[in-house]
Design a protein around this ligand. Structure first.
Ligand SMILES: Nc1ncnc2c1ncn2[C@@H]1O[C@H](COP(=O)(O)OP(=O)(O)OP(=O)(O)O)[C@@H](O)[C@H]1O
Ligand SMILES: [Mg+2]
Length: 269
């Protein structure tokens, strides 16, 4: 089959048209292709709102994943610069994620051990801080919900048949609190996709979007919002190595501010 028009450039891959109804996702790192292929097979069997997976192929010496082509803008590009549109989409996002969290699984890599491993292997975190962070993480609840763990408005395609969630590379099984904290952290970050829409440039807009998203998730579950701060330290810690330059520094600074507060709490106890 001949490769077609370039549809999207992500951090891990490029996505091209493939035949009449499909796309091919060509990864920069071949290990990620194998990882996502495994996840895509599982997601297909779970009947989630995801593109149908068509298998792993070799294309000019690279591994490519074939998916059903989903037409439409991602939610990020669908949001209009009005409070009404931002709030509507923030609530929709919370509902879609809540729906994913209702699906349980025991097979996938488990979130807590997986992120503990990543934190322990980070070059950017001192051994002293690693001890504190992994101690906090150990005290947080386990779970058996499907967690996308890269759930943000640019990974949701608003198709004519409804929203479809793409990019399941980070799939984990764990407590939904961890997944919501991760999404909330990403929304609040200053790191934006290239040529991001105008409204996203304003930190206040991102904060508003985040507040509405979190409130809706809490409304759906009846949880209180304390879990966000509890999970934020390990969530930031695991994010550091995924970021570069000033955005890595932003995450390190946010983590250090929280660790300092934590020190204060320990001293008082
Ligand atoms: N099934 C699909 N149908 C149509 N377009 C798609 C499909 N999958 C991906 N795309 C397009 O390609 C872009 C990149 O895809 P994807 O998010 O899977 O890549 P990525 O490299 O993992 O991204 P990220 O930067 O979030 O890590 C998407 O934003 C979307 O525009
Ligand atoms: Mg993506």
């Amino acid at each position: 089959m001949k490769i077609g028009e370039l549809l999207g450039i992500g951090n891990t891959a490029r996505v091209y048209r493939w035949g009449k109804t499909e796309v091919i996702k060509l990864f920069y790192d071949q290990n990620y292709a194998v990882m996502e292929a495994k996840n895509a097979e599982l997601i297909n069997s779970l009947m989630l709102r995801a593109p149908k997976y068509g298998g792993l192929v070799d294309y000019e010496g690279k591994k490519g994943l074939i998916y059903e082509r989903i037409d439409g803008p991602t939610m990020l590009w669908n949001i209009e610069p009005s409070e009404e549109s931002m709030f509507y989409n923030a609530r929709l996002m919370a509902n879609l994620q809540y729906e994913i969290h209702q699906v349980k699984n025991k097979l996938l890599p488990n979130l807590k051990p997986e992120i503990t491993h990543k934190i322990n292997h980070s070059q950017e975190i001192s051994n002293h801080d690693k001890q504190i962070i992994t101690y906090i993480l150990a005290s947080l609840p386990d779970g058996n919900s499907i967690c996308h763990y890269d759930f943000h408005p640019d990974n949701i395609i608003m198709s004519p048949n409804g929203p479809i969630i793409i990019d399941w590379l980070n799939l984990l099984v764990g407590n939904p609190e961890a997944d919501v904290t991760r999404t909330s952290m990403m929304i609040q970050s200053d790191s934006l996709p290239p040529n991001a829409p105008g409204w996203l440039m304003h930190r206040e807009s991102r904060e508003l979007f985040n507040k509405e998203y979190v409130s809706e998730y809490i409304r759906l579950t009846g949880m209180n919002d304390e879990f966000l701060e509890e999970w934020m330290i390990p969530t930031l810690a695991v994010r550091i190595d995924e970021m570069q330059g000033e955005y890595r520094q932003e995450i390190i600074d946010k983590l250090q501010t929280r660790l300092k507060k934590q020190d204060g709490v320990d001293e008082r106890n």
